[in-house]
Design a protein around this ligand. Structure first.
Ligand code: DC
Length: 225
């Protein structure tokens, strides 16, 4: 039997930073499902397909194969029809397209089995939007990680500034609110807290504090009193 930890939450709540850190500490495989949606979105962008064209997107899905691998340091790499596209998926353009096309049933169906299979063969920590509610409803531990939109925008703003990218705080916050709306209001597998998920608000917490909180929850499961 394998353990699985589901971490869901809105864009910019710190899921991937926290998840990577925890996975390293407890020796779980980390699966970033957002990267899978981003890889599919990259395919549509490259093909010049309109993100609203549900029919065309559904027709294309059978031609797309997304797979995951890990480099020598255990970092996840995502492959699109055999090509390692990890360096190309972290742009705003790809993020927006991923949020848009993730609302299309054929796109979600294309990724669901792969995500579930991974949890059958290893101890995994998976992050995304619908992991606790839909992908792994029987996960050993579910966390809903959130933070205020202002805090999430500030983190993104600092990240972009550190890279030397010119950016506008108000615009970043508007984009974050727009993305939340799109991910929470879609009909299929919307972002929401699973009833049995532990709510963690990281607005006022450091990365270490969030990591410790999640590990404490995990310890309650593997070391019951
Ligand atoms: O976490 P991220 O920003 O890399 O995710 C990009 C988009 O992919 C996100 O806005 C919605 C979608 N997504 C999803 O619908 N379900 C998931 N499990 C993960 C991501």
């Amino acid at each position: 039997m394998y353990y699985s930890i589901a971490i869901d939450g809105p864009a910019g709540a710190g899921k991937s930073t926290i998840a990577k850190e925890i996975a390293k500490k407890i020796h779980f495989i980390y699966v970033d499902t957002g990267a899978m949606y981003r890889a599919i979105a990259l395919y549509f962008l490259r093909e010049g397909i309109d993100g609203h064209d549900t029919e065309r997107i559904s027709e294309e899905c059978p031609k797309i194969r997304v797979t995951l691998g890990y480099d020598g340091e255990g970092r996840q790499q995502v492959f699109l029809n055999g090509e390692n596209v990890t360096p190309f998926i972290r742009t705003e353009e790809v993020g927006k397209m991923a949020s848009l096309t993730a609302a299309i049933p054929a796109v979600r169906a294309a990724l669901l089995d792969l995500q579930r299979d991974m949890a059958r063969t290893s101890n995994i920590l998976m992050d995304g939007r619908d992991i606790g509610t839909n992908v792994l409803p029987d996960a050993s531990l579910k966390i809903y990680l959130t933070a205020s939109s202002a805090v999430r925008a500030k983190r993104r703003f600092d990240e972009l500034k550190a890279k030397g990218t010119d950016c506008d705080f108000a615009q970043i916050e508007r984009d974050i609110i727009e993305r939340d709306k799109q991910d929470m209001e879609r009909e299929i597998a919307p972002l929401k807290k699973a009833e049995d998920a532990v709510l963690v608000d990281s607005s006022e917490l450091s990365i270490d504090e969030v990591v410790d909180k999640v590990i404490a929850e995990y310890n309650k499961i593997i070391l019951p009193e």
